[in-house]
Design a protein around this ligand. Structure first.
Ligand SMILES: CC(C)(COP(=O)(O)OP(=O)(O)OC[C@H]1O[C@@H](n2cnc3c(N)ncnc32)[C@H](O)[C@@H]1OP(=O)(O)O)[C@@H](O)C(=O)NCCC(=O)NCCS
Length: 171
């Protein structure tokens, strides 16, 4: 295994990457593969209703086979997803899907309940931003529920406009 980097300070933009979070958690981050579908489905079943609700904006016990195909048969160009593992188990996932509007994409995050508030989301956010810039995106949009404080904090910054159910980030 490659040496774990301290957060993203010395990340060269290449995936897979091994990253150590501030409290010592070591994550491996790589692009999602279609073959990850069974592991993702099993992981999804372990998540709290709250996390699934915040991610999919509704009570979602299970996703349809078509939805799983959409989430995992991705091209890595128009639809990019990065997955983080902690000791071999899924820790979280983040994705970026190109929108029709010029140089813009939608982003979404889902972090394991046990690992929330440990900066896994911050790491995947930073990885996505690097990938977005390398693809010359200028604007990222996140669709969020009104009470989702965590995602608002995750994406807060001087370049973020909070439009209620949409956060708009200028890169
Ligand atoms: C939203 C989410 C991705 C955040 O990921 P995370 O790994 O828990 O976030 P981090 O630990 O990196 O924390 C990022 C910031 O959010 C804050 N935060 C995280 N969870 C929080 C919570 N429940 N309440 C208040 N603040 C919270 C942290 O304090 C941190 O703030 P800071 O940078 O000012 O210190 C994660 O909670 C999640 O997957 N939620 C369910 C799915 C979801 O809501 N997706 C968003 C819609 S796309």
């Amino acid at each position: 295994m490659m040496g774990a980097m301290s957060y993203l300070a010395d990340w060269d933009g290449q995936l897979p990457a091994s990253v150590e979070l501030p409290d010592g958690i070591v994550l491996t981050v790589r692009e999602l593969h279609p073959s990850d579908e069974p592991a993702l489905r099993a992981w999804f079943a372990t998540l709290s209703n709250r996390s699934r609700y915040q991610r999919f904006h509704g009570h979602v016990a299970e996703l349809s086979p078509a939805h799983w195909r959409y989430l995992t048969r991705i091209d890595g160009i128009h639809h990019v997803a990065v997955i983080a593992f902690c000791e071999g188990a899924v820790a979280g996932i983040a994705r970026m899907i190109r929108l029709e509007q010029h140089r813009s994409a939608e982003i979404a995050f889902l972090i394991d309940d046990e690992l929330q508030r440990k900066r896994v989301g911050s790491l995947l956010r930073d990885v996505l931003f690097v990938l977005a810039k390398s693809r010359a995106y200028r604007t990222l949009f996140a669709y969020v529920l009104p009470d989702n404080v965590a995602i608002r904090k995750l994406l807060a910054g001087t370049n973020t406009a909070d439009r209620g159910n949409v956060l708009e980030l200028a890169l």
